[in-house]
Design a protein around this ligand. Structure first.
Ligand code: TEU
Ligand code: CA
Length: 535
């Protein structure tokens, strides 16, 4: 793995050990009082982000879009949706963020467009055999009258991955029908996205988060998966539409574009793959800079499993000279406070997980609200649910709205400062008991989760051995615990069991996720950072 000795210009970049905060724009802060977060809202909260101590923000899609999948259905890649503001707002946000010392990453959605994109409108009008259809995956159906879809692929959101148009042809959509998949065999598709990259790079963005980076290339001939295999295999098996070798050539081209710009521009792959080794292929030296670590996100709160995924992730990244990355939550998964257990247990573990994660080598992604210890909102009323998954699963899966509830900033009741007083109701209702979780309620409370994150981020930033700094070395420790040291720097100890354990007295406690009784005792579901005596 990378150690301090490789600290040269060729291998370093701000992204190697940055903490990147994911802003889900629709739910972060509402600048104009319509109940939906927007770019001016983000701009008004930059001071919060810089005082929190993160290095960069990733903004989820704010481009012109019918919002069938909340912006992941892009109609115009160079325009800002009026819902979120204007191009001037995006420009002002970039400048202000930079003035606050924050880098900005924007989302790029290359696997599919919106059905409202000019290309798809043209393809529908052009009819079978038209050149415009070749930018997408249009096919005749099977069966006597073409009444059966061209193959057996299923949509990630449920149901078949094909929709038939009135002239009888079918088009492929791995996600919602409003998100037709682009044909990445087509040179115009390549040229267009290279130009879109340049458009945002010229405006000054520091990087891109590549949506569904594993999906662009489909296996030759669009073969059946067979055996009724479905969507439960996503990310765990080889599939003809995911993680195909052909995607890497695309990222090599994009890397050349990024490298041609001054100021260390980067890209992070949203790639769901079967293993850390497969993920590492996206971050080879001539490809993208980072990939999300969904293997870490998907691991249960258990010491052996976490140790294994940490080792595999470090080895995978080191094998290609890339930084490891770590993530616990995002806008697509249940919040980890709730994933890790009920009520107080979940929060206790989430706080410990924060110290574990922020002590690991590499770069960390923080999903908005995790610094407040927000839980998943599991009891949203059926009628407010908006995730396409809810409809497409025939109301069997509630989808991802519960992790997308607008943030509580201040005050005793909804909208908790998300918008100005008198604003329209938030697009998803906030729970009635979130007053104590607001930024305002937590900021000055040293025991709050927000204070824990602020302290951890400050220590991490100040300590040269943390972040991308020094090598991780596991120290001997009791069953159910994880203890490691970063080079000659701090020790991080995590007790994943329920019972307290006694550890060697490493030295003074730098920070702990819960109260420590002293005498080297680490209570259950608790993590602590120690400075080591005698160095
Ligand atoms: O997600 C891609 C993806 O495969 C999953 O995260 C998927 O959305 C989830 O398992 C479904 O429940 C990306 C975006 O992060 C997601 O928000 C978009 O919906 C999706 O792409 C389509 O653009
Ligand atoms: Ca708004």
């Amino acid at each position: 793995m990378t150690v301090t000795t490789t600290n040269t210009l060729t291998t370093t970049g701000w992204w190697r050990d940055s903490v990147i905060y994911q802003v889900y724009v629709r739910s972060f802060a509402d600048g104009n009082g319509d109940g939906i977060g927007d770019l001016p809202g983000v701009r008004s909260r930059l001071r919060y982000l810089s005082e929190l101590g993160v290095d960069a923000v990733w903004l989820t899609p704010f481009y012109a879009s019918p919002q069938a999948d909340h912006g992941y259905d892009v109609a115009d890649y160079r325009a800002v949706d009026p819902l979120f503001g204007t191009l001037q707002d995006a420009d002002a946000l970039l400048r202000d963020a930079h003035a606050h010392g924050l880098r900005v990453i924007v989302d790029l959605v290359p696997n599919h467009t919106s059905e409202a994109h000019a290309w798809f409108v043209e393809a529908l009008a052009g009819g079978p055999g038209s050149a415009a259809r070749e930018r997408y995956h249009f096919r005749p159906g099977r069966g006597a009258d073409g009444e059966l879809p061209p193959n057996d692929w299923e949509s990630v959101f449920g149901g078949r991955a094909w929709t038939r148009v009135p002239d009888g042809e079918w088009y492929l959509h791995l996600f919602a029908p409003e998100q037709p998949d682009l044909n990445w065999e087509h040179p115009e598709v390549h040229a267009e996205f290279e130009d879109v990259l340049r458009f945002w790079l010229d405006l000054g963005v520091d990087g891109f988060r590549i949506d569904v980076a594993h999906g662009l290339v489909k296996a030759e001939g669009l073969p059946d998966i067979g055996g009724g295999a479905g969507i439960e295999l996503l990310g765990s098996a080889e599939l003809p539409f995911f993680d195909q070798d052909g995607v890497h050539e695309i990222y090599r081209g994009w890397r050349r574009i990024l490298d041609a710009y001054p100021g260390a521009r980067m890209a992070v792959a949203e790639a769901w793959t079967p293993s850390p080794e497969r993920t590492a292929r996206y971050v080879r030296p001539d490809e993208l800079h980072q990939a999300f670590n969904f293997h870490y996100l998907g691991t249960d709160w258990a010491a052996p499993a976490l140790r294994e995924v940490i080792d595999a992730s470090l080895a995978g990244a080191a094998g290609v000279g890339a930084p490891a990355t770590w993530v616990l939550s995002n806008h697509d998964v249940h919040r980890h406070v709730t994933r890790y257990g009920d009520g107080a247990t979940g929060l206790r573990r989430a706080r410990a997980a924060a110290l574990l994660t922020l002590a690991l080598p590499g770069s960390v992604y923080v999903y908005q609200g995790e610094e407040l210890g927000l839980p998943e909102v599991s009891d949203l009323p059926d009628e407010v649910l908006q995730d396409p998954r809810w409809e497409r699963s025939g109301h069997t899966e509630r989808g991802r709205d519960g992790c997308r509830v607008p943030l509580p900033w201040s005050g005793g009741r909804a909208p908790y400062g998300f918008g100005a007083p008198g604003s329209a109701p938030t697009w998803l209702p906030q729970p009635g008991d979130w007053a104590g979780l607001s930024v305002e309620a937590q900021w000055d409370d040293p025991a709050s989760t927000l204070s824990l994150y602020r302290s951890a981020l400050a220590i991490r930033r100040a300590h040269p051995d943390l972040g991308d700094g020094a090598e991780l070395r596991w120290l001997p420790s009791p069953e159910g615990t994880l203890v490691f040291r970063r080079g000659g720097g701090p020790v991080c100890a995590v007790n994943l069991g329920a019972e307290p354990v006694r550890l060697p007295e490493y030295g003074p406690v730098l920070l702990a996720s819960g109260e420590l009784p002293g005498d080297g005792v680490l209570p259950g579901d608790t993590a602590a950072w120690y400075t080591v005596d005698g160095d």
